[in-house]
Design a protein around this ligand. Structure first.
Ligand SMILES: [Zn+2]
Length: 267
């Protein structure tokens, strides 16, 4: 019975980190704020600083019914969504990996992917602050896992993934730009895929991320154009699709790959 407290604890940690990721998502792309200043959260509408009891993840949004206590401005529904998604992913990671080093590895990975996906979706940029954080945490945990399990191939595969990930996206962008005569892929995407290769390894994980993200990007892009939410000219950020595919491969890569091989008749 005591075991129920571990997942509850992990969910609450996830909500808290999700709340911090909201600060990153709001502040990193804006030049007039930084993660550290101002120290208190504030309402983007009336600039009133937010009391701690109005800043409780998920719950405060519900109690305030999605409105600022002072100016009644609508609070973006993205805040509770980011908090919930972070907490839910932490929980799934716990059930998938237990309390091992792989748990920490996966937690680092999704905690970098979430702000990258939301910032790219809103601003069409992937800030270096986040790619560098992902690179640092990734190198650290991959080295520790490789050392702990005395498995040098684990480290090798991930370094290859890092180089291959960046190179493949850079090449796709290079060829795409030449054909379409406009910028097809940003340097942010190149760095993001390099980091994904570092966390997941080259084969088959990186290949799966590229395939899944291209497929989901094409489907949703077509839907957005068909429903008139985007026109052919407007850019569609690729980062959220890469990040989403990476999470799927992180959690369910093995069974998906086996399923794919069977479908393709190679097994
Ligand atoms: Zn306000």
């Amino acid at each position: 019975m005591g075991d129920i407290w571990i997942p509850i604890f992990i969910f609450i940690i996830g909500l808290t980190i999700g709340s911090f990721l909201n600060v990153c998502i709001y502040r990193i792309p804006r030049s007039d704020t930084s993660i550290y200043s101002p120290r208190r959260s504030f309402c983007p509408e009336c600039s009133q600083s937010i009391k701690f009891y109005d800043n409780i993840p998920l719950l405060s949004y519900l109690f305030l019914r999605g409105k600022c206590r002072y100016c009644q401005a609508k609070i973006s529904v993205l805040y509770p969504i980011v908090e919930f998604v972070t907490a839910a992913l932490y929980l799934v990671i716990y059930y998938q990996f237990g309390t091992t080093l792989y748990f920490l590895h996966a937690i680092f990975f999704v905690s970098v992917l979430i702000p990258i996906a939301f910032i790219d979706a809103q601003h069409y940029i992937i800030p270096n602050a986040l790619s560098l954080t992902g690179l640092g945490l990734g190198l650290g945990i991959v080295c520790i896992i490789s050392y702990q399990s005395k498995d040098i191939d684990y480290l090798k595969m991930r370094l290859i993934g890092f180089v291959a990930g960046g190179l493949v996206i850079w090449l796709i962008g290079f060829i795409g730009s030449a054909i379409m005569r406009k910028k097809a892929m940003g340097m942010g995407d190149v760095k993001l895929m390099a980091i994904i290769g570092l966390y997941l390894g080259a084969l088959p994980e990186l290949l799966m991320v590229i395939g899944l993200s291209a497929f989901s990007g094409a489907v949703i892009g077509t839907l957005l154009i068909a429903t008139g939410k985007k026109d052919r000219k407007s850019p569609i950020p690729y980062g959220p699709f890469i990040a989403g595919a990476a999470v799927v491969v992180l959690l369910w890569g093995d069974p998906l790959w086996k399923e794919y091989l069977q479908l393709a008749g190679w097994n």
